[in-house]
Design a protein around this ligand. Structure first.
Ligand SMILES: [Zn+2]
Length: 119
């Protein structure tokens, strides 16, 4: 079955101001507006118990997750200033990072020790 057949496609009416905010944020992150909105929805989903993520591994400075909602792996990189950066959402704050710091003991431990900084 082609991928498109398993995806829902719909349009949304937004106030111009909200669209402009999304446009600006998408540009800042270097992602499409579509991917930005997906990232925002996933962030909400993971903060509200719709956890569809599996911890893969923590090697070197990268935490790799499998995201069942996206159906792909997501890499979180520990930056030189000890923050987690999500390579999928191109952000320092997203549902993947929320999942990692709240549900992966190794990551939570590093946060407690100050080896990973959370804003
Ligand atoms: Zn993310």
């Amino acid at each position: 079955m082609p991928r498109a057949a398993r995806e829902a496609v719909w349009s949304i009416r937004l106030k111009r101001e909200i669209d402009e905010i999304l446009e600006k944020e998408a540009k800042r992150r270097g992602v499409s507006k579509n991917d930005l909105v997906k990232s925002i929805i996933l962030d909400w989903a993971y903060r509200n118990g719709y956890n569809k993520v599996l911890h893969f591994n923590f090697r070197n400075a990268t935490v790799t997750l499998w995201d069942f909602l996206l159906n792909q792996t997501v890499d979180l990189t520990v930056t030189s200033d000890r923050r987690l950066f999500c390579e999928s959402c191109r952000a320092y704050s997203c549902g993947h990072i929320y999942y990692a710091v709240t549900s992966i003991p190794e990551v939570a431990r590093k946060v407690r020790r100050g080896e990973i900084r959370i804003d």
